[in-house]
Design a protein around this ligand. Structure first.
Ligand SMILES: Nc1ncnc2c1ncn2[C@@H]1O[C@H](COP(=O)(O)OP(=O)(O)OP(=O)(O)O)[C@@H](O)[C@H]1O
Ligand SMILES: O=C(O)c1ccc[n+]([C@@H]2O[C@H](COP(=O)([O-])O)[C@@H](O)[C@H]2O)c1
Length: 199
């Protein structure tokens, strides 16, 4: 079983998320990609986000686009209010699925922030990483992270996707009344409209 954790705000899930998950699943023969909305992103504790329940519901709808995709509540808000550290999510997955080959899927912008994540060295041991290019974040910049040779062997770069969709832009466009039909899955758009999100 080859399984990727794909964490994010998913506020809302969009074409860029589906494009990188599809490319990663194709290239690395993944059986499953777990889309896990972050309850409390450790580096964005002050940011306002749409409720976890709405983001999980939208992710479930987005995941209908590919049989390899599944929505996951692994990063649901914790009862003690603590942030959702990916190191804990991945170690939980490794315990529960000891036979699985684990990957962590991220865009290049997220990966460039790795030194600020909780326990970066352990994160690179717990899973292989798939880092996908994103316009404005050249994959060559990853050399600036100073990973040693072993750590580099845990990181796979995928530069076949160049998708400039960003949730921040979409939220602004939705607020302005643009339905963004080409960039958001139809089921997600229906959910946004019927729940009056991003108004
Ligand atoms: N267009 C894209 N190309 C490559 N990676 C992406 C793209 N959009 C999102 N990602 C990656 O998906 C993961 C989750 O992203 P997130 O849900 O925060 O979306 P976002 O579009 O970056 O949101 P925001 O604009 O609110 O920061 C991150 O690892 C991010 O790098
Ligand atoms: O564990 C950490 O310290 C950590 C720090 C920053 C981001 N993350 C996770 O990385 C994923 C992508 O986050 P983002 O905000 O860059 O899209 C999401 O699941 C976050 O919870 C995790």
């Amino acid at each position: 079983m080859r399984l990727a954790l794909f964490g994010g705000s998913f506020d809302p899930p969009h074409h860029g998320h589906l494009a990188i998950a599809t490319a990663a699943a194709d290239e690395f023969a993944l059986d499953s990609v777990f889309f896990a909305p972050a309850g409390r992103q450790p580096l964005k504790l002050d940011g306002t986000v749409t409720s976890f329940e709405d983001r999980l519901a939208m992710v479930k709808l987005a995941c209908l686009e590919d049989a390899r995709f599944a929505a996951s509540a692994l990063d649901a808000p914790r009862s003690d209010g603590a942030p959702n550290y990916t190191v804990e999510t991945l170690s939980g997955l490794a315990r529960r699925m000891p036979a699985a080959t684990l990957f962590n899927l991220v865009g290049a912008d997220s990966f460039l922030g790795l030194p600020r994540w909780h326990e970066p060295e352990r994160l690179l041991e717990l899973a292989e990483w798939i880092v996908v290019s994103r316009p404005g974040f050249p994959i060559q910049d990853l050399s600036s992270l100073g990973l040693d040779v072993h750590q580099q062997s845990r990181v796979h770069l995928l530069d076949t996707v160049q998708d400039d969709t960003a949730a921040t832009d979409l939220r602004e466009r939705l607020e302005a009344g643009d339905p963004c039909v080409d960039l958001i899955a139809p089921g997600v758009l229906n959910y946004i409209q019927s729940h009056h999100l991003y108004r």
